[in-house]
Write a protein that binds this ligand. Structure first.
Ligand code: SAH
Length: 389
């Protein structure tokens, strides 16, 4: 069968692979549904397949690409799962329960996307708590933003599409009975658009109607602002995938201090890319803005940000900086965060403060890293250089 990890195959690719083995084509849909609808990656559990085919699938390497080695639950219900890949790479993903907080504050990283559109939930059942899952695309990160723990050790490797999707399939099993997975955000470790091909394949797998069939509008890809990647994402998915831009500053001088990538793609280029993103009607782009004390949190910054974003269909997500080890950078004060938010709101911008979630288990934004340990030595068999996106 093909070199692609079986979990990363789309239905047509399964058909081709099975055809080459003399298997019936309808088996492709059955296998794809087992994996992506029901989260069953062990062929032994695929009970409607003939035993010989199950054995063939196991021999061809169909197995879970990731297993949960630790699960932490924070006081606020946020769960951090540590997954180990078959080469020993460990990545974290975070399940965030959505709860409405006070005025202008939002616990859910994707809740600002909640535009009141109809839910797919059956009306007869008791409403379930919506959960947002935050997943990673790389082990480490090459972007080197000064306030983020994920890039401290650089990029170790990109995750395969199978490993990206496995985070969703495995995390689903960790939902409480009163919860359902509603939103998916690519805001964990790594820069998804620096790892475009595997990220795009993961998006195709996750949204495929024969699999989990997640609605693309419930998925948000967050980027430091790699302009060619934004263009590709817009083109390849018709603008249907939600886009979040980690802007963090309204001008190049401020942004260069904290986001090295700004030298390649300065603020004006980012704004041009946002304007060109083929956003569907009634959708907005999320602007992420981590507030760092004395760096980007003044009222002058807020005024410049409002002017920069005027006329764009955006909502602003303010994130008080979460502390990271060995960094002189500090969170903006509560008062400064509210003043900043009000300054934006007064200028007509839709604006949310992202409540800090899960920080007692180091699961908050920017805290996903090789916590408390050296980056593990990967078993060499399957480690490979990250494809450039
Ligand atoms: N590379 C992507 C996605 C990963 S980061 C990106 O840059 O968007 C997800 C979000 O968390 C980004 O907006 C990032 O800037 C923010 N973030 C990183 N470190 C943080 C910290 N210490 N405190 C608050 N937010 C942080």
């Amino acid at each position: 069968m093909s070199a692609l990890h079986p979990v990363a195959r789309l239905p047509d690719e399964w058909r081709a692979a099975l055809d080459a083995e003399g298997e019936r084509p309808f088996r492709a849909s059955q296998i794809f549904a087992w994996i992506h609808q029901r989260g069953v990656m062990d062929p032994a559990g695929m009970t409607n397949l003939p035993l010989a085919l199950r054995e063939k699938l196991a021999a061809a390497g169909l197995a879970e690409p990731a297993r949960v080695v630790e699960a932490h639950r924070a006081a606020d219900g946020t769960r951090k799962l540590i997954l180990e890949m078959t080469d020993g790479a460990r990545i974290e993903c975070v399940l965030i329960r959505m709860t409405r907080l006070g005025d202008g504050e939002d616990a859910d990283v994707a809740a600002a996307d909640d535009d009141g559109e109809d839910d797919d939930e059956p009306r007869s059942t008791a409403p379930k708590t919506r959960v947002t899952l935050c997943i990673s695309t790389q082990f480490g990160c090459a972007m080197g933003c000064s306030f983020c723990a994920s890039g401290r050790a650089g990029l170790v490797r990109g995750l395969s599409a199978a490993e990206i999707v496995a985070q969703v399939l495995v995390a689903r099993r960790h939902l409480d009975s009163d919860e359902r997975l509603r939103n998916l955000v690519f805001m964990g470790m790594g820069e998804p658009l620096h790892h475009y091909d595997e990220t795009a394949r993961a998006l195709r797998l996750l949204t495929h109607p024969e699999g989990g069939g997640m609605s693309p509008r419930r998925i948000t890809v967050s980027t430091v602002g790699l302009v060619p990647g934004i263009e590709r994402l817009g083109r390849d998915f018709g603008g249907k995938i939600g886009l979040a831009l980690s802007l963090h500053a309204p001008d190049d001088a401020t942004r260069e201090r904290i986001v090295p990538m700004n030298r390649s793609y300065p603020v004006a280029a980012l704004m041009k890319a946002l304007r060109a993103y083929p956003l569907p009607a009634r959708r907005r782009i999320t602007i992420e803005y981590t507030l760092i004390d004395g760096v980007n949190d003044s009222l002058a910054h807020a005024a410049r940000l409002a002017a920069l974003l005027a006329g764009l269909r955006v909502k602003v997500n303010l994130i008080p900086m979460n502390p990271i080890d060995d960094s002189p950078l500090r969170a903006a004060s509560r008062a400064q965060v509210s003043a900043f938010r009000e300054a934006l709101a007064d200028r007509g911008l839709s604006c949310f403060v992202r409540a800090r979630r899960g920080d007692d288990v180091s699961a908050a934004c920017g805290q996903l890293a090789f916590k408390g340990e050296e980056p593990v030595q990967l078993r060499s068999a399957r480690s490979r250089p990250a494809p450039e996106g």
